[in-house]
Write a protein of this length. Structure first.
Length: 332
């Protein structure tokens, strides 16, 4: 009689398997990575390579020597995805030692301390990113924008668009004076300052379309996260357009697209039911806007996703689909 092995979530049927899903995520991130290389040059390659290799090394070491697991989990590509997403949440010019430290926290604390893939309640890459942001705020908030058109030696460093708007809110500067500096079409194409995962809006949308076509992710979480942010910002903008900036600005800047498409949709850390996913996504959108407008940080989607990750067990408990063959309580 053959043994039946019940593995931890995510549980998928048919042709779907964890390595295939992870490889699709990596493929979907290639356009954004290529654009980052176009903008930042070889620094984007080094940052991504160090993050991926560090995550793989730490996962192998912890799995082999600390958890004493018989089978190494590097073959499922999850460490590669974590490393890539971690790199996309970092400035391209950040110190290599901070990348390694972020990878250690992401894999060691965010993933393997809970038992590995399928058991982690929080997105590992975001755990590493938030740890670095809180511990090393200066290094994490300083970015370098390298002009295109050929290699240059000197980078032009400047504040990200969200940081500029945050400073304007603090100083009560009318945002109408800032809008001429922000070309929404240029921001869509990616010509703005920020981390690797913040600049290529069009490339991230292209990757999200690929994941939808491959049925790796559902449309609900990305659409409701971005839609909630858009509606929240639109209300503020209609109330006081001099104080609050164009709603499209919030969608195209920061980590909104990266978080909504690639991180909030993580199978392990998001709800299982369709209604639960909608509640989860709306919560992320609301918390993100609350932090962006009234919080201490210019960006808030990383904190929002982690906060809503903590609510997933409750959402799964109280928002459940009808049992197969059971009676729908809404129908009399």
């Amino acid at each position: 009689m053959s043994n039946r092995i019940v593995a931890p979530s995510p549980h998928l049927h048919g042709d779907f398997c964890t390595p295939r899903i992870m490889r699709d995520v990596v493929i979907a991130l290639i356009p954004a990575f290529a654009f980052s290389v176009f903008i930042y040059g070889w620094t984007a390659v080094w940052t991504t390579g160090i993050a991926i290799l560090s995550c793989m090394l730490f996962e192998w070491f912890i799995s082999r020597f600390l958890l004493r697991q018989a089978n190494c989990t590097l073959g499922d590509w999850s460490a590669v995805v974590t490393g890539t997403l971690l790199a996309f949440n970092l400035p391209a010019t950040i110190s290599p030692w901070l990348i390694v430290l972020g990878a250690l926290v992401a894999i060691g604390i965010g993933k393997m301390s809970f038992g590995g893939l399928g058991r982690n309640p929080f997105n590992p890459a975001l755990v590493g990113r938030v740890f670095l942001l809180i511990s090393f705020p200066v290094q994490m908030t300083s970015s370098a924008f390298i002009p295109t058109g050929g290699p240059v030696l000197d980078a032009l460093s400047g504040a990200t668009p969200l940081a500029v708007v945050k400073d304007a809110l603090k100083t009560h500067t009318p945002v109408t004076e800032l809008m001429p500096d922000f070309d929404l079409s240029g921001m869509l194409l990616g010509f703005k300052d920020g981390s690797m995962g913040e600049i290529g809006a069009a490339a991230l949308l292209l990757g999200g379309l690929y994941l939808l076509i491959r049925r790796v992710i559902s449309w609900r979480i990305p659409v409701f996260v971005l839609g909630t942010m858009l509606v929240f910002a639109a209300i503020l903008w209609l109330v006081d357009p001099a104080q609050y900036i164009n709603p499209l600005f919030h969608v195209l800047t920061g980590g909104a697209l990266l978080g909504a498409i690639f991180m909030a949709t993580d199978y392990v850390t998001s709800p299982m039911s369709k209604r639960g996913q909608v509640i989860f996504a709306i919560g992320i959108g609301v918390i993100t806007m609350l932090i962006r407008v009234w919080g201490a940080y210019p960006e808030g989607i990383s904190f929002a996703i982690l906060i809503m990750n903590a609510t997933v067990p409750l959402i799964n408990m109280y928002v459940k689909p009808s049992r197969f063959g059971g009676r729908n309580p809404k129908k009399k």
